[in-house]
Design a protein around this ligand. Structure first.
Ligand code: DC
Length: 255
């Protein structure tokens, strides 16, 4: 899937999908959802950092035979590009101009920035800490939201982020809000960092997380919010496998 910088009309894709309301369900090839020709389905997964969204969304997409769109990776890629090019992240206009000029490609979990695979480079603690500049920038959001809609107009998608069910795809067929207690999320993040050789005390991880939660929830454009029609899943005490099972079951019930 190529996310270029063209200013196409993503709303046309949404309208087309709305007209394609009915979805045919079948399992001739196994457990895959089979959709009638030309019909596209969007499943959105929003929630705070550390709720297990990315792995759940990726696995759910695989099971359903859908594409997977990690929208956080796009904000991270803009941040990485700004750092590399010496663009001042605190200058909203410069960052927005940069975002509009970038060529970003998403292929499932792989992300290419100007043709370079930056899937790992966007996951560092520094990028995590600095991505709020791009995420809080209304012009950057406007551009990335447009790219997300263009991408999703191409087929069936599981999309993951903060604003997918509320702002980007308010008409999505299935919406989920995945969350977990702050302590549980911080514990997972600590394990994740440790696995990458970055051991940090839990209270430090929790403090960083609280700051990011607060920023995510309070940004004027595209804040983290639960859509009124989203199904909430609290992942405390659930294994990743159990979370995906639940999501898949709910999607299949609905389609
Ligand atoms: O999910 P993540 O940690 O990769 O997200 C990176 C940052 O981007 C995080 O600060 C939240 C923000 N984000 C956002 O504002 N909107 C999205 N749709 C996805 C992520």
């Amino acid at each position: 899937m190529v996310l270029a910088c063209k200013q196409g009309d993503a709303r046309a894709g949404l309208a087309a999908r709305r007209r394609q309301a009915r979805v045919a369900r079948g399992r001739p090839g196994g457990d895959r959802l089979v959709l009638a020709e030309g019909r596209a389905v969007i499943v959105t997964i929003d929630g705070p950092a550390g709720a297990g969204k990315t792995s759940a969304a990726r696995e759910l997409a695989r099971r359903l035979g859908f594409e997977f769109l990690d929208t956080g990776a796009m904000y991270r890629a803009v941040t990485l590009a700004a750092l590399r090019r010496g663009v001042d992240l605190a200058d909203p206009q410069a960052v927005a101009e940069l975002a509009r000029s970038l060529h970003i490609e998403l292929h499932g979990s792989r992300i290419l920035l100007e043709g370079e695979d930056v899937s790992h480079a966007i996951r560092t603690a520094e990028i995590t800490r600095l991505t709020h500049f791009a995420a809080d920038n209304p012009a950057v959001r406007e551009h990335l939201v447009q790219l997300q809609r263009q991408a999703a107009a191409q087929g069936n998608f599981v999309t993951e982020g903060r604003d997918q069910g509320t702002v980007v795809f308010p008409e999505a067929e299935c919406k989920f809000f995945l969350t977990a207690s702050p302590q549980e999320r911080a514990r997972r993040r600590q394990l994740d960092l440790a696995a990458r050789g970055d051991w940090r005390p839990l209270d430090e991880v929790l403090a960083d997380q609280n700051l990011r939660d607060q920023r995510d929830a309070s940004r004027p454009v595209g804040p983290l919010r639960q859509a009124a029609d989203a199904v909430v899943i609290v992942t405390d005490g659930l294994t990743p496998e159990q979370v995906v099972e639940r999501l898949e079951q709910l999607v299949r019930e609905r389609l």
